[in-house]
Design a protein around this ligand. Structure first.
Ligand SMILES: Nc1ncnc2c1ncn2[C@@H]1O[C@H](COP(=O)(O)OP(=O)(O)OP(=O)(O)O)[C@@H](O)[C@H]1O
Ligand SMILES: Nc1ncnc2c1ncn2[C@@H]1O[C@H](COP(=O)(O)OP(=O)(O)OP(=O)(O)O)[C@@H](O)[C@H]1O
Ligand SMILES: [Mg+2]
Ligand SMILES: [Mg+2]
Lengths: 256, 256
């Protein structure tokens, strides 16, 4: 109950938001009550479900920066078994505002305390950085899911990411563990991506999911329709891959 | 002389770094003396030329946060006519450190003052955000080059980006102008990307370059070899596209 998963990678455009949308939708489809939290001022997650972030008076920003502003007040149901806490550009100010707040890394964890048991899963979409908001996500989480693209410039980011996770584990959240690393936008026809994925598996072994999300333009089209790919292209292999991932995460094992 | 171009887009993974590498290499190939500045603590640009950011004692961080630490002291020649000012993870602390510095948006501009006339072009690689470092780049620049990928989630970022550029123009740098918008990772076979590009052209007209950089795995492979694509795959259409872009930028016109 109440498994909190931070979806993190400081490299840009590796499929964090796409993973939160579609893993979230797949968990909800399996009747696992799921909360999605948008922790990126760019608010792509919020936008992808048709919310209009700029029109929202209250978002996760108010929860983190207010005194006793309850998370429950900004929960939007978006699908059966699927709720969303939105963000908007206000959140861009949060990092600077909170830099000297007491217990500044624990704000999200504290806010989630009364809420997390109402859900089977909480997924947190982080922006492309390792700043205070992402640290809050890692401090609140039980597990970290790392989407990656199998390309050199994206691979380099892993070192700093692993180091940050170790530091949070050591100083802020000893329970934190890596749930797994998910290859996204994979194109099996290119040798480079196959080589990079193989290299990743040889270094990080079991932590890399067997499931890999293949490249498909349907993923780019779906948010324009304000739908997860599970609705937009329900029988598409990409939709099925996220369903498989949901099964693996629910049941905690993957045959390798 | 001394045209400073900020390469900016807060959306992650849209080809900012790839554009700085390859436009820079193409300008240098045309004997335009070019300086590349890495303004991203993730230091992908620095890495792509084979520098080892973690081993560097001094980087752009020291220039921005030190008193009178000269930019000249951190300039590394990387190719004929091509120099690089590296970054590393130290820069991650800069945003917080500089938030209350006097004239905090002008630090890069001041640092460039004595240097810019020694170059035909200065290209600044920004990270995926619109924070203080990016604002410094926009305040120091004459022009902004915006790489974009033709997908819904990446398009949404344009609104906030245009707004930020307008604000910088209004309050900090009235000379700032948009050099152009460059479609990257374009796949002509997908209707979605064609539609998004067409929509972009209809909204922003002449500001969108006719030149579009097509998707090719060679772009992902080249940084692993620590080479621009102009060396790694010199006759590749992607290399030629960046050469064409350099010509257009040097001569200031593009037939539409
Ligand atoms: N499997 C896939 N195949 C093709 N396109 C994809 C796939 N997954 C995601 N995309 C597209 O790639 C782009 C980047 O994905 P996404 O926005 O999810 O990454 P991100 O890591 O959240 O980016 P950011 O760092 O900017 O937050 C989006 O346009 C998205 O629609
Ligand atoms: N035309 C292209 N075709 C295929 N792959 C490309 C192309 N341009 C860039 N790439 C690859 O796409 C990934 C993202 O590109 P890049 O790192 O340049 O984007 P970025 O905007 O600088 O990302 P960030 O926001 O993380 O700084 C990299 O692995 C890069 O090698
Ligand atoms: Mg995202
Ligand atoms: Mg980059």
């Amino acid at each position: 109950m109440g498994r909190v998963i931070a979806v993190v990678n400081q490299k840009g455009g590796v499929g964090k938001t796409t993973t939160v949308i579609n893993l979230g939708a797949a968990l909800a489809e399996r009747q696992q009550r799921t909360l999605l939290i948008d922790l990126d001022p760019q608010a792509a997650l919020s936008n992808s479900f048709g919310l209009q972030p700029d029109t929202l008076e209250h978002t996760i920003y108010n929860v983190l920066t207010g005194s006793d502003f309850p998370l429950a007040a900004v929960i939007h149901p978006v699908r059966p078994f699927l709720d969303l806490v939105p963000a908007n550009i206000d959140l861009a100010a949060a990092e600077a505002e909170l830099v000297s707040a007491l217990g500044r890394e624990y704000l999200l964890r504290d806010a989630l305390e009364d809420i997390r048991q109402q859900y089977a899963f909480v997924l947190i979409d982080c922006g492309p950085n390792l700043g205070l908001l992402t640290i809050n996500a890692l401090t609140a989480a039980d597990e970290v899911l790392i989407p990656i693209i199998c390309e050199f410039l994206a691979m380099r980011a892993m070192g700093m990411l692993i180091q940050t996770i170790s530091r949070v584990k050591k100083r802020l959240n000893p329970q934190l563990r890596v749930l797994g690393i998910l290859g996204t936008m994979y194109d099996p026809r290119t040798i480079h991506t196959r080589e990079v994925l193989d290299e990743l598996r040889s270094f990080l072994g079991e932590k890399v999911f067997d499931i890999v999300i293949r490249k498909s333009i349907r993923f780019a089209e779906a948010p324009a329709a304000h739908q997860p790919i599970l609705e937009y292209a329900s029988s598409h292999p990409g939709a099925q891959a996220y369903r498989d991932l949901a099964e693996v995460i629910i049941h905690g094992e993957e045959k390798h």
